[in-house]
Design a protein around this ligand. Structure first.
Ligand code: HEM
Length: 376
């Protein structure tokens, strides 16, 4: 049987001639070949290839969310692709161990030839951050300058353009805001939840006060902690307080989206909420893995160059440590756990609502009762 397509040769298909001719150590160019520079180049190149794959996945996920409704099936696809990203991220963290087989002294053999190049100039890494939803105000200044000042004018244009595109954060926020079940007839989630929380907090207060094993001083401390808890719940019930927190940079996710995300967490046992819950979970996984990579990279930098400044000119380890906590994208989803209450204390979802959730989870309007299938 004749094949409809011409035969493919492995090496040509993968363009190995180009790929394998792309490692040109600077130390050899300057006549002082350093054995470990090849490893250094290959490790960075492999990172950039994986970054390319992550961008490919993220762009497709953003595309899936760029509509007024998101089909349940597409949430499954998005979750699968985000899971793929998290598997790649685990490799990215592990890969640092290969580079750490190079000793700090070996690195010094060629480090000076690299100035002022640095991972700080990785365009793909910045694109990933921007696709996820990193805000310019969130970024640390680098020598009092914005992050894009240190890349070529063409790359600057690419990065500036990417800052204006809708990010995964924005799409997920809009998707959460569209969630129809917050105001379903017959079930006012918010007042019911509030009453439950107030009962729970009163109960906590009574437990502290009636505990015969605690000293007065211990009780005082526990009551102080409880007051803090009450305050953070108060912001959850009051849109103005929530907006204040957003203005102060302590929250980012909108009030409505926060409510919806909380509801998904609380009622995740409902079959219709399984996929949305998995989506929120994998976003937290991904953010956590990026945070872990930042910390792990910072530790490697510490052992490799101590407290020296970086080749890109930052304070090195100290700059990188500062990015670890500050560069989270979905921090609000981490914070949600503060507001969870035990399943046993959860207001029961009326049977009617359980049924209807299945119908119109993906419908755009909050008030319509027509199913997605009926509409299309
Ligand atoms: C010997 C190994 C390495 C050392 C000593 C090192 C050092 C540094 C330093 C000091 C910085 C801060 C910017 C500067 O002043 O240059 C930095 C940033 C960065 N490096 Fe590395 N690095 C190493 C390996 C890697 C690898 C394998 C990657 C993978 C692509 C990487 C990616 C990055 C990225 C993306 C940044 C920017 C981080 C940010 O600004 O949030 N680095 N690196």
């Amino acid at each position: 049987m004749s094949k409809p397509y011409p035969p493919v040769y492995y090496s040509d298909y993968l363009q190995l001639d180009r790929l394998l001719a792309s490692q040109t150590p600077k130390s050899a160019e300057y006549g002082k070949p350093a054995h470990d520079e090849t490893l250094f180049i290959i490790v960075h190149q492999v990172y950039e290839l994986w970054f390319k794959q992550i961008i490919h996945e993220l762009s497709s996920i953003i595309h899936l969310f760029a509509h007024d409704y998101v089909d349940e099936k597409n949430i499954g696809v998005a979750v699968a692709r985000l899971n793929r990203i998290t598997e790649i991220q685990k490799l990215l963290i592990d890969q640092l161990r290969v580079l750490e087989t190079m000793t700090p002294l070996d690195f010094l053999e060629f480090r000076e030839y690299l100035l002022p190049a640095s991972g700080f100039q990785s365009i793909q890494f910045r694109l990933i951050e921007n696709l996820l939803g990193m805000e310019s105000e969130q970024r640390l200044l680098f020598n009092k300058e914005a992050y894009y000042v240190y890349v070529s004018p063409e790359h600057q244009a690419v990065l500036r353009e990417s800052e204006h595109r809708a990010s995964l954060f924005q799409h997920v926020q809009r998707w959460l805001e569209r969630t129809p079940f917050l105001d379903l007839e017959g079930f006012q989630f918010w007042p019911t939840y509030r009453a439950t929380v107030e009962r729970m907090l009163q109960n906590d207060r009574a437990i502290i006060l009636n505990n015969t094993f605690s000293t007065e001083e211990e009780k005082h401390k526990q009551l102080q902690e409880l007051s803090k808890n009450e305050e953070s719940f108060a912001a959850l019930f009051d849109e103005h307080k929530h907006k204040d927190l957003i203005a102060k940079g302590r929250r980012r996710l909108s009030y409505q989206a926060t409510q919806a995300a909380l509801l998904i967490h609380l009622y995740r046992d409902e079959p219709i909420l399984h996929q949305p819950f998995r989506l929120l979970t994998v976003l937290v996984d991904m953010d956590e893995l990026f945070t872990s990579w930042r910390y792990r990279h910072a530790l490697m930098v510490h052992r490799m160059i101590g407290n020296k400044i970086g080749t890109g000119g930052s304070t090195g380890y100290h700059y990188l440590r500062a990015t670890v906590e500050k560069y989270k994208i979905f921090a609000d989803l981490f914070d949600l756990s503060t507001f969870l209450i035990p399943r046993s204390k959860l207001p029961e979802l009326p049977e009617e609502i359980k049924k209807s959730l299945g119908f119109y989870y993906s419908v755009k309007s909050n008030t319509e009762t027509q199913s997605y299938a009926e509409k299309h």
